[in-house]
Design a protein around this ligand. Structure first.
Ligand SMILES: Cc1ncc(COP(=O)(O)O)c(C=O)c1O
Ligand SMILES: N[C@@H](CCCC[NH3+])C(=O)O
Length: 421
């Protein structure tokens, strides 16, 4: 069931009309559906029924407090990659015992705050980081619970900028060195080895790379046991993809089955870190058409949203479906258009050669779909464009969950040094 649907010819988010929302909030804005968030979380979590598993939602996909809280109420933990995300998770009510701290490089201050907060586990990604964490923990008179993130050298077969499990990627410790580094870690007084972690990439639409990586992981856990190193927690990362343009990624149940087959026999606690799958299709970016420009080669639909609001098309050539908020009728003529933003970059293009109603006018609204993940969180203020607001809908209610930034607030962050006065 889709919670973004046309009702009487107008796109609705659950029981709320997008055109009414646009009147009240102004454009552009992100709009998320609570019912979709809840459904995605429940479908994903239930794929692990019967296993000893925790779903730690990857905050980087969408870290709005209201989104985190919605998921926390369903029992979600959090995967965080900065002290900022850790504070967001704790502030939204996620217990420290369900927080995992991942990321390629943690600063001393971040390590200290994580140890003070007594979160479940810190995932370490290199030997220098391990040595530093040991030093910080000893200095604080604590032991840091850790997993080593292992790079299994598996090609996730996804966009090159979001593949993380190949030898040439910066992530994790090469699997070929894993035993040696675990033995060193086990001998450190400030370190308690609790887990092993892997995350091979994002937007995977096939189970094969996961299966390959998790099989390698299981082999490592068994080998570590022969060295007297017991792994309690297997962190399998996130990465399961979603449909942006008719892809058919495996369903969570099939993924859950593959997890059982590859690591189920180990008797470990399992941590999962889905991000995109939970929020991606739970959000849209709503924008108003500013101008229609008929060029010699193309018709351009110029929106009031731009690459600073949603960078994915520019950065990864990512496809996001774009639809008119007023439903086109059966007999309505469609035009082939490029949908662009007003920012001064050729790459500020949301979609090329898209079909939108021929009679689309300035003032009309469009929705850029599948924008709930890596949308608002990756936005910037390029061209001095203020951050876009976020709205959460629940049934026939809505709330602005991040206010529109004002341009004065934005400029006010700059400081003029005395010598320029
Ligand atoms: C360590 C880690 N866990 C989880 C995720 C979430 O990934 P996804 O949004 O693809 O589920 C990421 C991002 O790719 C990550 O780097
Ligand atoms: N930002 C990426 C996903 C990166 C995942 C981070 N580990 C995207 O929009 O697809």
């Amino acid at each position: 069931m889709n919670h973004f649907e046309y009702v009487d010819g107008v796109l609705n988010a659950e029981g709320v009309s997008i055109s009414e929302l646009a009147e009240q909030v102004g454009t552009p804005f992100y709009c998320y559906s609570t019912a979709t968030l809840e459904r995605h979380y429940k479908v994903y979590a239930s794929a692990f029924d019967g296993l000893d598993a925790t779903v730690c939602y990857a905050l980087k996909a969408n870290s709005n407090q209201a989104v985190i809280k919605t998921l926390a109420k369903l029992g979600a933990g959090a995967d965080v990659v900065s002290v900022g995300e850790m504070r967001r998770a704790l502030r939204a009510g996620i217990a420290p015992s369900k927080v995992i701290f991942s990321g390629v490089g943690k600063a001393d201050a971040e390590m200290r705050e994580a140890l003070d907060a007594d979160i479940a586990q810190i995932n370490v990604e290199s030997i220098p980081e391990l040595l530093e964490l040991n030093r910080v923990a000893l200095d604080m008179g604590k032991k840091a619970r850790i997993a080593l993130r292992i790079n299994p050298h598996v090609d996730a077969k996804t966009h090159e900028k979001i593949a993380t499990g190949k030898a040439e990627n910066k992530f994790g410790i090469d699997w070929t060195r894993a035993i040696e580094v675990y033995r060193d870690a086990a001998a450190m007084d400030g370190i308690e080895v609790t887990g092993i972690a892997m995350h091979i990439g994002s937007q995977l639409t096939d189970l094969t790379p996961f299966r390959e990586a998790f099989t390698r992981l299981a082999g490592l856990v068994e080998e570590l046991r022969t060295h007297g190193i017991e792994i309690k927690n297997l962190d399998l990362g996130g990465g399961l993809g979603i449909a942006y343009q008719g892809e058919t990624p495996p369903l969570p149940d099939a993924y859950g089955q593959m997890v059982r087959e590859t690591v189920g026999h180990l008797g470990c606690h399992i941590t999962l870190e889905p991000g995109r799958l939970i929020v991606g299709n739970a959000g849209i970016l709503v924008s108003r058409v500013m101008y229609i420009k008929d060029g010699e080669a193309k018709r351009f639909v110029i929106l009031d949203a731009a690459m600073n609001d949603l960078i994915r098309p520019t950065l990864y050539n990512a496809y996001h479906e774009i639809i008119a908020v007023s439903e086109a009728g059966d007999g309505d003529k469609m035009a082939t258009v490029d949908v662009v933003g007003p920012v001064c970059e050729t790459g500020d293009t949301f979609g090329k050669d898209r079909k939108l109603p021929d009679n689309l006018q300035p003032g009309d609204l469009v929705a850029i779909c599948s924008a709930g993940a890596y949308g608002a969180v990756m936005s910037s203020t390029y061209n001095t464009r203020a951050l876009t607001p976020e709205v959460l809908v629940s049934g026939d209610k809505f709330a602005v969950i991040r206010e529109r930034q004002s341009i004065d607030e934005l400029i006010g962050l700059d400081k003029i040094p005395g010598w320029l006065d």
